[in-house]
Design a protein around this ligand. Structure first.
Ligand code: NAD
Length: 352
């Protein structure tokens, strides 16, 4: 199968590219390397894959890359609220305009299947257990751009292509293009480097999933296209509170101790327990890796000095600030981006 991964040189994309290549798929990665690691493609991606250095808001480049593809996977964008809050216009262009521009290119190139990487963050803060039928309750820019992109893709692709939306739990574990800025990876790196696991509040619930499990779910979804479907990606066993994540890290990393700070983390109000029953029914046995496996991998890499948690390259937020300050990434304000930004501004969230 010929698969194009948009944003495929990132944390998830590097693992997915290797996994899909090993299964015999022909992979093209399109990525603008917004974190400025120009050696990434040669270092990260299998030699059998093809790399295109392009901006995912460039419809011409996307049409060229998508010619003859059997599927396109969109995993570009800015991840998480702190990164999106740096520049809302840029966040809307990368997280909303880009997936829409990619869908236009996919329709023009007759690509039969579009896979969109969304997030369980769309559920925001909810009592009880959320599933794919629960109305989204986005709490910030990141979640809003994801909800709006999902909706727009559902409308755009109906009748033209299959659409699979993967709403991922928070990802952990080792990737050739490592990130240490998501909750479990960050706590693990700090535990190894300092012996301390900073914890503010901790009662919020958060589902987790291992990065290799995400790649396997993607492979399964690619080979079983349906007209339109949404999956939460994770496992019912992997719903944690933030405190439980810290406790798991404390157990796995010898000599580390939880360091309690503020009673509540005001910066992040996300709090939900998630059902992954739909995914388990479609792909039995998926997402079977447990949190401690990702913690062990990251802990081992930091202890072995393969990763230096003090370097900004493992932190998308710091990387984005550096990239924006140097002019490497910016809001384009092109006609297409401005049109889609207006749609974002006009969205009504009052009924959510
Ligand atoms: N990592 C997680 O915990 C997590 C959780 C839920 C959802 N997701 C979603 O999964 C996807 C991948 O996440 P990740 O952790 O691999 O992120 P990442 O930041 O590591 O990778 C994103 C890649 O996209 C590229 N990119 C972004 N915008 C671009 C543009 N306009 N032009 C060209 N390249 C561009 C970046 O250069 C980067 O290589 C994202 O859509 C994210 O929202 C991730």
């Amino acid at each position: 199968m010929r698969v194009v991964l948009l944003g495929g040189a990132g944390y998830l994309g590097a693992v997915a590219t290797r996994h899909l290549s090993a299964l015999g798929h022909h992979i093209t990665v399109v990525d603008g390397l917004i974190y400025q690691r120009d050696d990434d493609p040669a270092r990260l991606l299998p030699t059998a894959s093809h790399f295109v250095h392009a901006d995912l808001r460039d419809s011409h480049a996307l049409r060229e890359a998508l010619a003859g593809a059997d599927a396109v996977v969109h995993l570009g964008g800015l991840v998480g609220e702190p990164a999106c809050a740096v520049d809302e216009q840029l966040a809307v262009e990368l997280n909303y305009a880009s997936p829409v521009i990619a869908a236009e290119a996919a329709i023009a190139a007759n690509v039969p299947h579009y896979v969109f990487f969304s997030s369980c963050s769309v559920y925001g803060s909810r009592e009880g257990t959320v599933d794919e039928g629960t109305a989204p309750h986005p709490l910030g820019i990141y979640a809003r751009t994801k909800v709006l992109a999902e909706r727009r893709l559902v409308d755009m692709l109906a009748g033209d292509a299959c659409l699979t939306v993967l709403r991922l739990a928070t990802v952990h574990g080792r990737s050739p293009r490592q990130r240490l800025d998501s909750v479990a990876n960050r706590m693990t790196a700090q535990a190894v480097a300092t012996g301390r696991i900073p914890l503010n509040g901790g009662a919020q619930r958060r589902p987790l999933v291992h990065v290799a499990d995400v790649a396997e779910v993607l492979a399964s979804a690619l080979t079983t296209p349906h007209s339109q479907r949404i999956f939460n990606v994770g496992s019912d066993l992997e719903n944690y509170t933030i405190t439980q994540i810290a406790e798991t890290v404390e157990l796995v990393v010898p000599g580390s101790r939880i360091n309690r700070g503020l009673e509540r983390d005001e910066a992040d109000a996300r709090d939900y327990r998630t059902s992954f029953a739909r995914l388990a029914a479609a792909f039995p046995g998926s997402c079977s890796r447990r949190l401690r496996e990702g913690v062990q991998e990251v802990a081992h890499a930091v202890a072995a000095k393969e990763l230096d948690p003090d370097l900004p390259e493992y932190d998308n937020f710091k990387g984005l600030l550096a990239s924006r300050d140097s002019g490497h990434v910016r809001a384009l304000r092109s006609v297409a981006c401005e049109r889609l930004h207006e749609e974002y501004e006009a969205a009504d969230w009052s009924t959510q």
